[in-house]
Write a new protein. Structure first.
Length: 196
């Protein structure tokens, strides 16, 4: 894909734009969820009352994490540059809306659109990206989805969008090879965009 056709950059939130220190090993243990199972999928096996109880535990962890979060290096500079160059921007996250809004407003990130698991099926389902495509009237190839986890790359692929892996401290094997683009940090992505 030629970069001049890119019109929108959509981001994952946790450990892509803003830090997250949730200990998912402990959280899964607390919820009796196997370590190799998707936490949100795990909830689906329970009745509504138990789903609500477990969802509230997850939500409390996310909100606590949001209060203690910090910006990832290069996040503000990248978002400001994208705004200046008139790219559409958005965030698609598996977080609850309250935690995601707390992070974005606390750190004053000028993100146009925030889509959470409460509005659309959680990643790697492509529903939230489809919504943004329709709202912006863009083709999938005109959107770059940026994240630090396999789910982010899979979400982009499922929607037909371009994918960008940001390594940060993540050492998940194989992700950079599956992503269309890969950078060690957001600063690397910004430098690459500026050079195009």
């Amino acid at each position: 894909m030629s970069l001049y056709k890119l019109k929108a950059i959509v981001f994952d939130l946790d450990n892509t734009l803003i830090s997250s220190d949730i200990n998912f090993v402990q959280l899964r243990q607390h919820l009796n969820c196997p370590q190799d199972r998707d936490l949100l999928k795990h909830l689906e096996q329970f009745d509504r009352q138990e789903q609500n109880r477990l969802s509230n535990i997850i939500r409390e962890c996310e909100i606590k994490d949001a209060v203690n979060s910090t910006l990832m290096p290069g996040a503000v500079e990248l978002i400001r540059w994208l705004k200046q160059k008139r790219y559409y921007t958005g965030v698609v996250t598996r977080n609850c809306r309250q935690a995601a809004m707390t992070k974005i407003t606390t750190h004053r990130l000028p993100i146009e659109h925030l889509l959470t698991r409460e509005e659309f099926a959680p990643k790697p389902a492509p529903d939230a990206l489809y919504h943004l495509m329709n709202q912006w009237q863009l083709a999938p190839q005109e959107i770059l989805y940026v994240g630090d986890h396999y789910y982010d790359i899979a979400t982009a692929q499922n929607a037909g969008c371009q994918s960008c892996f940001i390594a940060n401290d993540n050492i998940e094997v194989g992700i950079p090879h599956e992503a269309n683009f890969s950078f060690p940090s957001l600063k690397g992505l910004l430098e690459w965009l500026k050079a195009r």
